[in-house]
Design a protein around this ligand. Sequence first.
Ligand code: HEM
Length: 526
Amino acid sequence: MTKDQSSHETNVENEDTLTNRQGHPITNNQNIRTIGNRGPATLENYDFIEKISHFDRERIPERVVHARGAGAHGYFEAYGAAGDEDISKYTRAKLFQVKGKQTPVFVRFSSVIHGGHSPETLRDPRGFAVKFYTEDGNWDLVGNNLKIFFIRDAIKFPDMIHAFKPDPVTNIQDSERFFDFCASSPESFHMVTFIYSPWGIPANYRMMQGSGVNTYKWVNKHGKAVLVKYHWQPKQGIRNLTQKEAEEIQGKNFNHATQDLYDAIEKGDFPEWELLVQIMSDDDHPELDFDPLDDTKLWPEDQFPWMAVGKMVLNRNPEDYFMEVEQVAFGTGVLVDGLDFSDDKMLQGRTFSYSDTQRHRVGANYLQLPINAPKKRVATNQSGGQMAYRLDRGPFQNPHINYEPSILDGLQEAEQLGEEYTPMIKGNLVRQSIDRQNNTKQAGETYRNFEQWEKTELIANLVNDLANCDKRIQEKMIVLAEEADTDYGLHLREGLAHAKKDGSTNKPLGNRNGDDAPKEAIEKSN
Ligand code: HEM
């Protein structure tokens, strides 16, 4: 009997029977309903119209940044200490207190600038976002692989991203636009130094570090706070690529990082990272030549040692990419008791931006999706909105009392877990940048700490992408390099003097091939 003939037979439903979303068994998934087997089709084709119209809506807007990503499930295991110290001295966050305590996590790694199917070999920071499903609700640590950032004030972020993304007319990424922004934003020079070195192309997601980048606070049971920075250290080691290695990989496989992560987990080779923190007392530290709230700066390890607080193991691949990796929503505002914000101006801007974009990207009820919902009881008086499919109120709750306070019934406020942290804040309302900007000093230190091959790559990559830029931009970048380190400036100046223009007007970042590779600069650096 053919499928056509079977469509009007009595339906027999088994475990594997295909149905539509109304639960109707589908007896013919090969042919739409037509008048005669040559058509035309009829409009009451419910199964076909449901199927095709759902397909038409399969995509949601991709993330405005960090669109390309890969994710995995796992757990975080606390050491019950901060290095050799008692962790409760610094934070009362429950997930850290007891040695061996495990908290489920979901992690999404990403690249930043290009779209959902862009190559994973591009010169770009990598996102490293972790959702901890703690007993007190979710905590998101939304970080990157590098420990610093391009800018220190959130108001510059949309301009920065516009400059780094493709040109609005040609839709081609253009290094002149990138450097035009960076040359005019000298605080970005430290990050540019990392991005143009091999650290700008991690070999894969398993072999890269992570960092919260921004400064947060920890609060203890007495309501006392310290400043804290978070870092993830891969137990697999760290590996970065030269531009040439990246191009070779890209020629064969533009999904290599997603594949590496997925395959490792499938075969039981579970990647691990240790979580380390740096701590500073909660003040503005006038003795330092940088501001602790400036995310373009590293905190020197000799003064602020890295203290291990736990480890993370990724041991389960997502069952469905869209449901988990695409719909997951991380945000810097998602903290639990014992963790707090600092006045880092980037962090404050970010904290508005994430949930704002997620209400647009995923929908008003994005927190009801299984990947985003905490793995604990949720009880709110919120309801309604598009795609609401569950009431947050518990089964024993009076369904009439969807407000608080109430004498009659309903949800009650929780008790404070420890003493409240109530910092005193005083000052004039201003629009001003921070003091102690020191835009190039740490870039010089970073340059001097690079191995020779990293310096060589850095100069070659910078020369390659700057060679086609306006001379004024080149000169500004050289001056910044000279300010950072004499040798750095010298090599950049000489490299650019020798590089010949290839005549093209637009050039993607870090695409070096053929004659315009700045060989002189490479030789000189060696
Ligand atoms: C993603 C904004 C700085 C790390 C995003 C998204 C937005 C955004 C709108 C898309 C989120 C989504 O659709 O779910 C901002 C703003 C920033 C900023 C306004 C500065 C003011 C940073 C910094 C870092 C960072 C400094 C690194 C610490 C990430 C990561 C993601 C992301 C890892 C991807 C999260 C995921 O995998 O879903 N950011 N960002 N961002 N951002 Fe930022």
